[in-house]
Write a protein that binds this ligand. Structure first.
Ligand code: HEM
Length: 229
């Protein structure tokens, strides 16, 4: 197992871990967004969707454990790469770990990965502490017990600061994804002159869809429901 540890610890090993875990998270976000779109079709559609997931609960639990491990690897490795970069750059604040990139041609998204990533992490703690907790562990209003999950969403997104935090966090998530997407493909060597610009464009379109898609939910609930159930 020593060889595995050594490979994962090498510079390229860490980038590969970032790319593989990043792609897993990119796919998770697509699935999560598609599932959440049922919110726009009213209480029955969303409650029905969450209750259907309940039927395959053991599988969902396994996916959640994998997801947690993936998040931990992604964050831990990202921090280590950032710290290493900071050291080699003589303590410059903004880190980057792009292959073949110099500070002259690096983008805003790439220079701020550590900041956007940290804010998304704080958002995730808040998100799981409210949504995941109330859906799965304890809902003081009792909506989860009666499968009225939609009301939990409309109650939370009726809180102005909670919704505002969501919008800010998912817009930053967009910047994180914009660079993360192309960076992952670059790590896998897909950086030839012909196809890389296409991958970059695709990544930007993906990032915009995710940011606007997730931001639309708190905005919709705040303005159309305003905390009313
Ligand atoms: C803004 C719109 C969003 C809404 C309405 C939303 C809704 C939810 C809900 C209802 C759950 C609990 C699902 C259940 O346990 O049955 C959940 C879980 C989760 N969310 Fe979100 N979410 C949003 C955005 C995000 C974003 C942007 C991320 C990632 C950065 C994220 C990551 C997660 C994770 C990791 C879980 C736990 C895994 C799971 O149970 O599926 N969510 N979300």
């Amino acid at each position: 197992m020593g060889w595995l540890w050594e490979s994962l610890n090498s510079s390229i090993g860490k980038k590969i871990v970032m790319a593989v875990t990043g792609i897993f998270l990119i796919i998770f976000l697509i699935v999560h967004l598609i599932g959440n779109i049922t919110l726009f079709f009213g209480p029955d559609a969303f409650n029905g969707y969450v209750s259907t997931l309940d039927v395959v609960k053991p599988l969902i639990r396994v996916i959640e454990v994998v997801l947690l491990a993936v998040f931990i690897f992604h964050i831990f490795n990202g921090l280590r790469l950032w710290l290493e970069n900071k050291k080699t750059q003589g303590g410059k604040f903004f880190g980057k770990y792009r292959v073949n990139a110099s500070s002259e041609n690096s983008s805003f998204s790439s220079r701020t990965m550590i900041i956007s990533g940290s804010i998304v992490f704080i958002f995730l703690v808040l998100h799981l502490g409210t949504f995941f907790w109330r859906f799965n562990v304890h809902d003081p209003q009792g909506y989860a017990d009666t499968h009225q999950y939609f009301f939990i969403v409309s109650e939370l997104f009726g809180i102005w600061w909670y919704s505002a935090l969501y919008v800010i966090a998912v817009l930053l998530l967009g910047f994180h994804l914009n660079h993360g997407f192309q960076s992952a493909f670059q790590t896998f060597g897909w950086n030839n002159k012909k196809y890389f610009p296409l991958i970059q464009k695709f990544g930007t379109v993906y990032a915009i869809i995710m940011a606007l898609g997730f931001a639309s939910m708190p905005v919709y609930f705040f303005f159309f429901y305003g905390g009313n159930l």
